[in-house]
Design a protein around this ligand. Structure first.
Ligand SMILES: Nc1ncnc2c1ncn2[C@@H]1O[C@H](COP(=O)(O)OP(=O)(O)OP(=O)(O)O)[C@@H](O)[C@H]1O
Length: 597
């Protein structure tokens, strides 16, 4: 829970808030408010001068008073402009710093966190909540402080000008203040609910837009629009509630403002009639009453904005304070002599954090000697991709351990480990930038990669020719998730990306989707070059891959049930591997004949 003071203090403590700029803004606020609040007093003097001065000194005293006031007003205007500028810039800087800090906190989280958290919700925190908090801490804070200072000074001046009239007017203030507190509390809760409802709507929109091809292919545009409308209706319903309460609140405060003015005129008129007050004093008092009214209205809107900011701040700090389960850049780093690339799963038991009751592995053991190729086969859902996730340390096993060269990967620096592991998945994801940038992404420091390095990697990955055929060559932008490239082309760009990393360990998930013969050959050839002289764990779908691997592991019922060379496994009469091969749809009759002869 973030408390009022805490919100501001934390922003300053964590360097998110440019405190010197905010302090200067507050300084200018004091100057401009002093000028604003002294104006009614001096304007009252001007009125009294007009009414009471004798004819000979009338012009000179009126002129000097007006010249003095013009100077003071100019200073006030300049101070106000400086206040607005400094506060707005500070607000934008806080938003920028909050966004950077939040994004970095999100990217530090373990993968399990993203299994549980919706993308739209995170996007909403990054865009909407940060803006609300930034506005709350600067613009709103400065307006609130100004309202508070002006209300205080106004009340003081009202008491100074006419204590009896002031006491009469101030009776109206406490009930309005109570009303404002109740209203603020309501706004805080409704703001939180609105942001949550908005996050759900954003999540839905984000997912559907990024998967537009699926929506179109199933002809679900109308249905999706209805679903989205349902979500934004929830936001609208909350906004309606807010509007009803706001209408009541602002109606009451507006009415009370007018009542104050009317009562001041009535009571002030009586005081003037009994010569207890001059016309200038009544005018000053009226102006102060007016300012106090405006300031109280401003203060109540400050209070409601503050409550909204607290609602948003609570959610931001929940995310920023979240400690990731795994460190990102701590732990042992092996020297080049120590690092050979031997991989081992020792009695690993694992269930995904979101489905703790559904075990994926139970006492699974498997080892991949350094520099060898291990093909993994098994029925769909047997956990082949999960092996890759555990090796990348996206998740930790519940018991047992995964080792690299005999070291538990929980002791190794995850950043170092991942920098030595290359991956090419079934459906490689590319970023919506140029092909060259996508390939360079594989390097530890992409800014050090030369064009020649990129060309070389693309050539080895059989990607150079098709890239050159594009009108913009390596500068071709591949679209979101690489949607503008074919499956085979994406695979080859991903292989070039992995090659540039030059990793000791390779984790590959062979594409199941049928590529045309030409593409398949090119991808296969590129993969073979990539696998050369590395420790490879490959989720194999092709017979040729299985045959050329040094060893094959068969996954079934939560563990490795068979290991050996392709020939050894086939020779096992009732072996699971043999059954699996017989079942596989991709095994054509002629392949089967070749296989079993
Ligand atoms: N992030 C996740 N959270 C929860 N369960 C998951 C997650 N990812 C996979 N699973 C579940 O874990 C099991 C193993 O999945 P995995 O993807 O490792 O299987 P696979 O053998 O690679 O399957 P396929 O050959 O179909 O790709 C499946 O039942 C799957 O539903």
């Amino acid at each position: 829970m973030v408390h009022r003071r805490c919100l501001f203090r934390r922003c300053i403590k964590e360097g998110l808030c440019p405190s010197s700029r905010v302090s200067a803004g507050v300084g200018f606020l004091v100057i401009s408010s002093t000028v604003t609040m002294s104006a009614p007093f001096f304007l009252g003097r001007v009125i009294d001068t007009i009414y009471t001065s004798s004819t000979e000194d009338f012009t000179s005293s009126l002129t000097s008073l007006c010249i003095m006031l013009t100077g003071v007003f100019l200073c006030g205007g300049a101070a106000n402009a400086a206040r607005v500028y400094l506060m707005q810039i500070s607000g934008q800087q806080i938003v920028r710093n909050l966004r950077e800090s939040l994004f970095s906190s999100i990217l530090r989280q373990e993968v399990g966190f993203f299994d549980k958290t919706r993308t739209g919700e995170l996007i909403n925190r990054l865009s909407a909540d940060t803006a609300v908090v930034g506005r709350c801490l600067t613009d709103n804070l400065s307006d609130g402080l100004r309202s508070l200072a002006q209300a205080g000074a106004g009340v003081g001046m009202m008491l100074y000008v006419s204590p009896s009239l002031a006491a009469f007017v101030l009776m109206i203030v406490p009930p309005i203040a109570v009303l404002a507190v109740i209203f603020g509390r309501f706004l805080r809760s409704i703001s939180r609910r609105t942001q949550d409802a908005l996050a759900e709507a954003t999540q839905l929109a984000e997912e559907r837009i990024s998967n537009m091809r699926t929506v179109r292919a199933f002809g679900k545009e109308l249905m999706e629009v209805q679903k989205y409308a349902g979500k934004i209706d929830q936001v609208f319903d909350l906004a309606k509630k807010e509007a009803v309460i706001s209408a009541g609140f602002y109606g009451v405060t507006g009415l009370s403002g007018n009542f104050i003015i009317l009562s001041v005129l009535y009571k002030g008129g009586l005081l003037m009639a009994s010569e207890a007050m001059t016309v200038g004093q009544l005018s000053s008092f009226l102006m102060y009453a007016f300012w106090v009214g405006i300031s109280i209205a401003g203060f109540s809107s400050f209070y409601s904005e503050l409550m909204k900011g607290l609602g948003a701040g609570t959610r931001l700090w929940e995310l920023m304070d979240r400690k990731p389960e795994f460190p990102l850049n701590e732990g042992l780093v092996l020297t080049p002599e120590q690092f050979k690339g031997e991989l081992e799963f020792r009695n690993v038991s694992f269930a995904y954090p979101t489905r703790k009751d559904s075990s994926i592995f139970q006492n699974l053991s498997l080892s991949v000697p350094a520099g060898s190729i291990m093909a993994v086969v098994g029925p769909s859902g047997s956990g082949k991709s999960t092996l890759v996730s555990l090796l990348l340390r996206l998740y930790d096993p519940d018991s047992g351990m995964v080792t690299v060269d005999g070291h538990d990967i929980r002791d190794l620096n995850p950043y170092w480990l991942r920098s030595h592991i290359g991956t090419v998945s079934q459906e490689p994801v590319l970023f919506s930038c140029s092909i060259a940038e996508n390939i360079a992404y594989g390097a530890i420091d992409p800014s050090q990669v030369t064009t020649q390095d990129i060309y070389r990697a693309a050539q080895i990955a059989n990607a150079h020719d098709f890239i050159q055929d594009f009108p913009k060559g390596y500068d071709t932008v591949v679209g979101e998730k690489g949607v503008l490239l074919s499956g085979g082309q994406k695979q080859r760009v991903a292989i070039a990306r992995a090659l540039l990393k030059n990793p000791k360990i390779l984790l590959l998930d062979e594409a199941t989707s049928a590529l045309d013969a030409e593409n398949e050959f090119l991808v296969q050839e590129a993969l073979e070059r990539l696998m050369h002289a590395r420790s490879v764990l490959i989720i194999a779908h092709r017979l040729s891959t299985i045959q050329s691997a040094d060893a094959v592991a068969v996954l079934d019922r939560h563990r490795v049930v068979e290991t050996g060379s392709h020939a050894q496994l086939l020779a096992m009469d009732k072996g699971i591997f043999r059954k699996l091969m017989e079942k596989q749809a991709f095994l054509q009759t002629d392949q089967k004949q070749a296989l079993f002869k």
